[in-house]
Ligand binder design. Sequence first.
Ligand code: AMP
Length: 549
Amino acid sequence: MSSLFADWVAAATAVRGTTKKLEKQAALAAYFATLDDEDLAIAARLFAGGPFSRADQRVLNVGWSALTDAILERSRAKGDEIGASYQRHADLGDVAAELITSAPPDPRQLTLADLNAAFEEIAATKGSNAKRVLVRALMARATGPEARYVTKIAGGDMRIGLRESLVEEALAKAFGREREAVARANMLGGDIGTTAVRARSGTLEGAAFAYFAPVGMMLATPVLDLAEVGKRFPPPYLVEDKYDGVRAQVHKSGDRVEVFSRTLDRVTDRFPELLDALRALPGSLVLDAEILAFREGRAIPFVDFQRRLGRKEVGGEMQSEMPSSLVAFDILERDGRPLLELPLAERSALLRALPLEGPLRVPDQRRVDLTGDDLVQALEGEFSAARERGNEGLMVKDPRSPYRPGRRGMEWLKVKRALTTLDVVVVAVEWGHGKRHGVLSDYTFAVRDDEGRLRTIGKAYSGLTDTEIAEMTDHFLAHTREDRGRIRSVDPDTVIEVAFDSIQPSDRHESGLAMRFPRIVRLRPDKPVSEIDTLATALAIAARQGGAP
Ligand code: AMP
């Protein structure tokens, strides 16, 4: 029989109960060692924070309201008790645990296999009502502590101080393997579950790159001014334009081509005009790229291109007016050979050897072998030239660096506009005045701190178009967590880019900072909430401004 979910919960509680990495690891490792292969795979996936593996494109699509509904039914609490409990915990999982603790236990104790089967069924079921029924049925069998984690996992918000890398470490420890070997197998195969089983059976080396299982995208660190580049790593520097479009990971094997977004969702159908050219490439490969549109050699501003992306069905009209191009800036895999560990300079050479034609291209790349003021001067020239070409700024990359999936490091630096924008997430919205009467037009937004908590940093009237504001109003009404009259707290799922004149210390917001003259530049639907700017970046901007004459 499958192992009890209660044991998983006990391990999760132990992990959550300590801030010490080694203790978390030990708790996980001890637990993993008790499971058979099937349960081990399920347990590892759940600890990684989701019901399914990364290679698996299934999603639960269970919203806040289906979860609160199930919690209400299981706990027999009243709607306002949920509200009050949420005020205390600011985490729906903790609300579930608190309210359900006093509910009578259900004799049908959940096993890992039960939970897995329930998630599979929810994912396979269409229609929100049918899903609700399944979520309720699942919740009906959960104890308070179990409900906490069912809610967290189904709601896509685990936050128990556990990263996938820690699960990898625990697996290495439990089964006496090298940490790097576990991480590599997991990255290639896209499934921490099968990786766990491989770790136990000693077959990590056999993990193959899974085509069509997108790997996390390597991220860049912003630099606040060009002089900072020289402090991050020594020359030479590979300098490319920073194209302002949408990030895409392309997988091709045989005749099949798929395009994945930065959130690792499949978006192939949105770019039909790229597919023939991609299909015509010889062999199999994985590319990292930016999709955007060009007109007469210049990049079309992202706000215009985004209009096209907003449409579900790409109409022939928009497509011919604004056909997209794909600028491939990295190659991760070629004919079954993983290239991630090769230095960027070698990957670039392989990329440039591809016969890219039509809508496919590579960025111009310049090698800059300078230091000090010469470096700054050269970069200044590059920056203006990139802006002339309609691009956002520069990417400065270390030619020695491997491709690190999902990591933000100092090996890719981004130099954007005057660097007076931050990507933030909306946490509360307010009804507007005057012309904006009847729409939710004032947004309060947050950055992320070191522990992953959202901390508010500012509030701005929407600088979006009327159509966008109307659409966002519908969205926020459907994603309200708490209606406090004028103000509503909302699901933190809307990323926006905010420009400002400066950032200063202030006790007005939770971050301890406030922006001067914040204005919303645009919506960033392409950017997942996990990648918004951090409190550390905001603090660095504030410190730099404070120190300026
Ligand atoms: P940001 O979206 O501001 O965090 O900046 C990083 C993004 O720049 C990446 O996610 C890519 O979508 C984009 N980008 C544009 N051009 C390049 C390039 N040449 N190399 C790497 N990333 C690029």
